[in-house]
Design a protein around this ligand. Structure first.
Ligand SMILES: [Zn+2]
Length: 151
């Protein structure tokens, strides 16, 4: 007998109607387990907090083009948006380590721990396109800006 199901999958149908076309979709909705859910939630919240940081927003403007797009400082390609890449250790790795080290921490505590991890001395970031982001998170690239913790 299954006493505890980690992943609950719901199936639903989605129909989009227009004047003469009907599209039907069969969707599978999976409820993530606690660790997956915490990781996703913390990542989304901390990303939003960091993107609202004035220094980070100002640094992004340095790469803005007259046409509204951005020049990726790594590959020099014009792109619609720049991402913030973690140098050496990805956000996913940081979150895995934090969740494993603090298995009982709630959402609020995990957000605090993740932000503290982001502002630790020596942690570096690079603003770049999504394509360059993957390479940078596993290599050593000169950072464009640092985040400093207020006292
Ligand atoms: Zn790039």
């Amino acid at each position: 007998m299954l006493l505890y199901q980690r992943h609950v999958i719901y199936k639903m149908s989605l129909y989009i109607d227009s004047s003469n076309i009907t599209y039907g979709y069969s969707l599978r909705i999976t409820i993530p387990d606690r660790k997956q859910l915490l990781k996703s939630a913390v990542r989304e919240i901390v990303q939003k907090i960091l993107l609202r940081n004035p220094k980070i927003a100002a640094a992004k403007l340095l790469h803005k083009r007259p046409d509204g797009r951005y020049d990726c400082p790594i590959c020099i390609e014009p792109v619609s948006r720049l991402t913030n890449a973690h140098v050496e250790k990805s956000h996913s790795q940081i979150l895995d380590e934090l969740i494993n080290a603090h298995p009982d921490a709630d959402l609020h505590k995990m957000v605090e721990l993740d932000i503290r991890e982001h502002i630790k001395p020596g942690v570096k970031y690079v603003q770049c396109c999504a394509k360059c982001n993957k390479d940078i998170e596993s290599s050593n690239v000169v950072p464009r800006w640092d985040i400093e913790e207020d006292d």
